[in-house]
Design a protein around this ligand. Structure first.
Ligand code: ADP
Length: 479
């Protein structure tokens, strides 16, 4: 593989890259896929904004002016290395990125418009002309438009192709019409066939329309988003792009998520040593103030958002804690933070609530729990269920998006089953899956077999990285 791909050059652009900045799965993907691509012989480099939280271990490379919003901003490029392998360029602006936090500022449209322009201006300055720019989620969508509309006359940018990966269609970056002016593309592109979305300028739609190839992070979600139910208003434009729309499942990094080597968990273990997994359960029960008990410990590590189906858990909490303990780690919408706080206050020795972002605690939960809950309303791919499989923690998931593709129901298919699933978004179907899991949990030999089966699954990036390389080649041969 190495020889064949030696010359393919890819710039991978993302607003989040683990471990530098992370709010969700996008960061995991951006932090792990490029490393595997590089091992497969692709000349891949990564670019992200340099937020204040990213500390100094990067070298100054160059700086240049970027005109935006009637002003000229200085963009500074610094360079680091991911996993000692992959060059990563940090796009720095004192004005836009030197702040506490990643998103949710009043000027996010300006911040990411600056980022998109800076990405393209950076390329001749660092002497790198990629064959393909791999864009991820709304923050990066307009790069594809800039290439085709604003930078088209410049020879340097000729023949650079784009792939746009949708990690979550719900977050679209829709802003007032005037934002189009930041891109010097002319008002003629503000039409429904291009960038306009119900009167707004949409970063997401722009990426979908202008990129040579579009993909999302599972085959099921790729189909779902072409329907009204899951299309978030963009189903029409996605149907139009159907021929260039692909689904590729995410993998996980075994360097990062591996119970055999993980330094964050209480004791390392593998599928031959499940007693040591149990040790992790006892320890976390103690650390989080739960009673030492043999009942199933259910884990949740998630953004506290409507997407994640937390309402089903809240609705069934009494039944759940009559049989299980629950540990929740997450931050997000105040509604869910309050709802879980009330439940925690009511049942302090049955529920542990941790409202924070804490990567170390997340791993302790993946390792110490018996089951992992993901009853999502929709789930483009989902990494929580993959990580929990890897840690021998049985996922209970709703059959949607990547969850439907990666977890097989044990009762429907005991041979291949890896977890418990339910179809319709309602609390009885959800609770039925929990009850079925608890029933099997009490048959220890069968349970351990299921745990081992999950731990033996290949969830690495290997297969999916090959599919991305095929897409890069396909993009490269686009007219
Ligand atoms: P999404 O991308 O929708 O947030 P995923 O399941 O694809 O959901 O990925 C979530 C990633 O973020 C996982 O690696 C999960 O462990 C991590 N994560 C989510 N919330 C937290 C948190 N509060 N603390 C630590 N890690 C978290």
């Amino acid at each position: 593989m190495t020889q064949k791909n030696a010359k393919l050059k890819v710039l991978f652009v993302s607003a989040e890259v683990a471990p530098y900045a992370k709010t969700g799965g996008l960061a995991d993907v951006a932090g792990s896929l490029p490393v595997v691509l590089s091992e497969a012989g692709i000349d891949v480099r990564v670019a992200m904004p340099k937020y204040r939280q990213i500390d100094g271990n990067s070298k100054y490379v160059t700086d240049f002016p970027v005109s935006i919003d009637g002003r000229v901003e200085t963009c500074i490029i610094r360079r680091g290395k991911m996993n000692n392998k992959v060059p990563i360029y940090f796009v720095d602006s004192y004005n836009y990125f030197d702040r506490d936090g990643i998103y949710c500022f009043m000027d996010d449209a300006q911040r990411f418009a600056f980022f998109c322009k800076a990405i393209l201006k950076m390329l001749p300055n660092i002497g790198f002309k990629p064959d393909v720019i791999h864009l991820n989620d709304w923050h990066t969508g307009p790069v594809s438009m800039l290439l085709k509309e604003s930078f088209a006359d410049n020879d340097f940018y000729k023949n650079i192709k784009t792939i746009f990966t949708i990690h979550n269609l719900k977050y679209q970056g829709n802003f007032p019409k005037e934002i189009i002016n930041l891109f010097d593309a002319g008002e003629s592109v503000f039409i429904p066939e291009k960038t306009e979305f119900y009167g707004t300028f949409s970063f997401m739609k722009t990426g979908i329309v202008y990129s040579d190839i579009v993909n999302t992070v599972s085959n099921v979600y790729a189909k779902e988003i072409q329907t009204k139910e899951y299309g978030e208003g963009m189903e029409g434009i996605l149907q139009k792009r159907e021929e260039d729309l692909y689904g590729i499942l995410n993998g996980i990094s075994y360097d990062e998520f591996n119970p055999k080597t993980d330094i964050d968990i209480y004791k390392n273990y593998d599928s031959e040593n499940l007693e040591d997994k149990k040790y992790n359960k006892t320890k976390i029960q103690k650390e989080l103030g739960l009673k030492k008990s043999d009942v199933p410990l259910l884990g949740i590590v998630t953004r506290l958002s409507g997407q994640k189906g937390l309402d089903l858990i809240i609705d069934k909490i009494e039944q759940i804690i009559s049989k299980c303990q629950l540990v929740v780690l997450g931050t997000g919408e105040p509604y869910y933070e309050t709802a879980f706080t009330e439940l925690k206050n009511k049942y302090p020795d049955k529920i542990s609530l941790n409202i924070e972002f804490n990567a170390g605690l997340a791993k302790k939960i993946y390792a110490g729990s018996d089951m992992f809950l993901m009853p999502s309303r929709f789930e483009p791919c989902g990494l929580g269920q993959l990580i929990s499989l890897q840690y021998g923690t049985i996922p209970i998931v709703r059959e949607t998006g990547g969850l439907a593709e990666t977890v097989i129901d044990y009762d429907k298919d005991p041979i291949n089953g890896t977890g418990f699933t339910f179809k319709d978004f309602n609390m009885d179907e959800f609770y039925d899956a929990v009850e079925r899991a608890v029933k099997l949990y009490n048959k220890k030999a069968l349970w351990n077999e299921l745990v081992k089966k999950g731990m033996g699954k290949d969830l690495s990036w290997e297969m999916s990285a090959k599919k991305y390389i095929d897409l890069y080649k396909k993009a490269n041969s686009h007219k």
